[in-house]
Design a protein around this ligand. Sequence first.
Ligand code: ADP
Ligand code: MG
Length: 368
Amino acid sequence: MESYDDVRLILAKLVRKYRARRPEFAERINQALRGANTRSLGSSVLRRATAPSAAAKEDVPIDADSRMSLVRIFDDRRGLPPPLLPPVLMKRVEALIRERRERDRLLAHGVTPTRSAILVGPPGVGKTLSARWIAAQIGKPLWVLDLTTVMSSLLGKTGNNLRMVFDHAREREAVLLLDEVDGIAKRRSDEADVGELKRLVTAILQEVDSWPDTGLLLAATNHPELVDPALWRRFDAVLTFDASDPKLIAAAVERFLGADAKAFGASVALIAAALHGASLSEVERVVATMRRSVLLDGVAPKQMALELAEQRTSQLGKADRLALAVEIARSDSLSHNQIKELTGVSRDTIRKHAGPSPIKGRGGRKDS
Ligand SMILES: Nc1ncnc2c1ncn2[C@@H]1O[C@H](COP(=O)(O)OP(=O)(O)O)[C@@H](O)[C@H]1O
Ligand SMILES: [Mg+2]
C-alpha cells in the first residue's frame, strides 16, 4: 500500500519534470495517475459516473500553465450503492447527510449543520467512496482536489489555483473533498521550499475558514499524523475508518461477486475468512481476479477459494487462521489433516471447533 503511494508520488514528480519540455508526455502520465485513482470495478453505473462528461470538463478549473485539470469531478447522483461501513460509522455518515437535508429546520432553531469533516483511515477502506456517496445523497457533485497529485500546480502560484478551485466549487455548490491532505506534509522532503509550503498551508486554512455553512467540505487522509494541527482543528467532525470487520468483508465479497455470488455459494464464507484484515479495495481486487479465473480458465469456485486460503494463511494471525481452518472444514473440501497442512492448526483444535470430519484423510500422519 505504501509503495502504491510512493509510485504515485514519483509519477507526480515526473509530471512536474516533463511538463515544460514534453507537455504531452506529462499529460499522459497525469491521466494515468488520475485513472489509477478513479479505477473502479463496480457496476457500469459507477464507471459511467467516473468518466467526467464533456460538459463537466469545460467547467473544470485548469492550471493555466500546464492546462491540466486541478480537480476530478464525480457526479454519482444517478445512483451509487452505499459504502460498506461499520454501523457506528454509517450512522455518523448518515447524520451528516441528514443535517444537510434538514438544514432549514436546524437553522430555524439557530443550529448550523456540520460544515466540514475529515475522514481518517488506512488506504482502500472507502474514504473517497464515502465522500462520493455523501455528495450523491445530498444531490451534489463531488469535487476532488487530490493534494498528492496537484501540489506542484498549487505551489508557487500565490494561491491562485487553490482559490480558483474553492471559488468554483462554492459557486457550483459542490461538495469539495480535499483528498490525501497529508500530501502537503509529504512534500516537505521534496524540492519545494519551506516558505512556499507554509504559504500554501496558510492559503488552505483561509479557504477552509471562509467555506460557507451552505456547503459541505470534506477532507481525507491515510496519515493523520502528517496533517497540520492548525488544519486538523478546523474540521467540525472526525470520521474514523478502521480496517474492515469480518461481517463487512463477507458482505463485500458478496457484493463484488455480483452475478457470480450464486455460483460461489458456500465458498463466500471461506473467501471472507481468508481475506480477514484486508481492505475492501483489496477484497474487490481479489474477487475480480477470481471471477476472471472462474470464467476464463474454468476453475471451480471452491478450488479458487482454497487456493486463496493457501495464499493468505501465512498473513493471518492465530485466531484468524483458526477461523479459516474451521471454514475450510465446513466447506467439506479437505480432510482435517490436509487443513492442518494448509493452515498449521492442529487436527484436535479443528475437530473441537468444527466437529468430526466427513472426509477421510488420505494416509496423513496423526498429529500429537
Ligand atoms: N467501505 C467500502 N464499501 C464498498 N466498497 C469499498 C469500500 N472501501 C473500498 N471499497 C472499494 O475500493 C475502492 C477504493 O476505495 P476508496 O474509497 O478509494 O478508499 P480510500 O479512499 O479509503 O483509500 C472503492 O472504489 C470501492 O470499489
Ligand atoms: Mg482515497
